[in-house]
Design a protein around this ligand. Structure first.
Ligand code: KDG
Length: 314
């Protein structure tokens, strides 16, 4: 059985090749995107076996996603929806420094994920289940599926990791905050951006307080991701702060998913907290350096590359 199972929506992704409004852009590339599959790619590249669970259309874009996942060595437990197509996101490079993301996911296959799509034995036998707040906000049935996976995990001693991952296109901060709190109560590891954490536990001047308050709901670890500022964490009753690896980002989407995968990989390997946080910020930095949400995730033997003195390694 795979060590880790993650449940969520993966969409086809079109990324403009040129900078400018989509109305003027003539070239683009096809790929895939989805917080949980980004996480799965990063985790697999770090050497952890992983299964992705989700629903895809019975269409060519669904086939493309399955090919990409297979190429990465990820087991896909995918239901093919007989009615609705695979969801789509488009990344518009509106300026050289600003991306806009357009979603075409509402009501599509990924949102129609349901409890019966969750493979009970996979979750029961895994060491860790990873879910995100995107599934909670996608639809009632997708939320029920994610919660069902958490129930199975809790009943079988599988650890639960939860990344709040708020998406404003899906729901309001108030509704999301309530749902976040409920799942934080049932998670062992919690990850959140500072604004997401504040939706769940209220605002704080120091992000460490957000991590402390998240842990008061029950998790043994809460890690607040601060992007270019690194992260703060409350782990087993102790507080940690870690700087980001300084980089010149070309595409920051997916960095948070890489960060979580870096932490989880080291957590499962039994590494100390400093190593867990170091790998987390390093994987997050790698994700920023390549266009695409997951393509730049590093393999374990590449983790030292960003600290290399020479630009060419042979
Ligand atoms: O975390 C990265 C994701 O945002 C992206 O890959 C697609 O799942 C996605 C979303 O909802 O934006």
């Amino acid at each position: 059985w795979p060590e880790v199972v993650t449940v969520g929506e993966t969409m086809a992704l079109i990324r403009a090749d040129e900078v400018g409004p989509l109305a003027q852009v003539s070239a683009a590339r096809f790929g895939m995107g989805g917080a949980e599959s980004n996480f799965a790619v990063a985790l697999r590249r770090l050497g952890v076996s992983v299964a992705w669970v989700g629903r895809l259309g019975a269409d060519s874009l669904g086939d493309k996603i399955l090919r990409e996942l297979a190429a990465e060595g990820i087991e896909a437990v995918a239901t093919r929806d007989p009615v609705k197509p695979t969801g789509l996101m488009i990344k518009e490079r509106r300026t050289a420094h600003n991306q806009r993301i357009w979603y075409y996911r509402d009501g599509n296959a990924g949102s129609r994920l349901e409890r019966a799509d969750v493979p009970e034995q996979h979750v029961a036998h895994a060491r860790l289940l990873h879910v995100t707040g995107i599934s909670l906000g996608l639809s009632d049935s997708a939320s029920a599926a994610a919660q069902h996976a958490v129930d199975i995990a809790r009943d079988n001693g599988t650890q639960v990791s939860f990344d709040l991952n708020y998406r404003s296109a899906l729901w309001s901060p108030d509704v999301a905050g309530e749902a976040f709190r409920e799942l934080v109560r049932r998670a062992d590891l919690v990850f959140a951006g500072d604004e997401e954490a504040a939706m769940a536990v209220g605002p704080a001047d120091d992000p460490v307080d957000l991590a402390v308050r998240l842990c008061e709901f029950g998790p043994s670890a809460a890690i607040v991701k601060l992007g270019a500022e690194g992260c703060v964490a409350r782990i087993d009753g102790r507080t940690y702060r870690r700087r980001a690896v300084p980089v010149q980002p070309v595409d920051t989407v997916g960095a948070g998913d890489g960060f979580v995968a870096g932490y989880v990989a080291e957590h499962l390997a039994g590494a100390d907290v400093e190593s867990r946080l170091q790998t987390a910020v390093t994987v997050g930095a790698f994700a920023c350096l390549v266009p695409g949400d997951w393509e730049g995730m590093p393999r374990r033997n590449e983790l030292g590359l960003l600290a290399a003195a020479e630009p060419v390694s042979r």
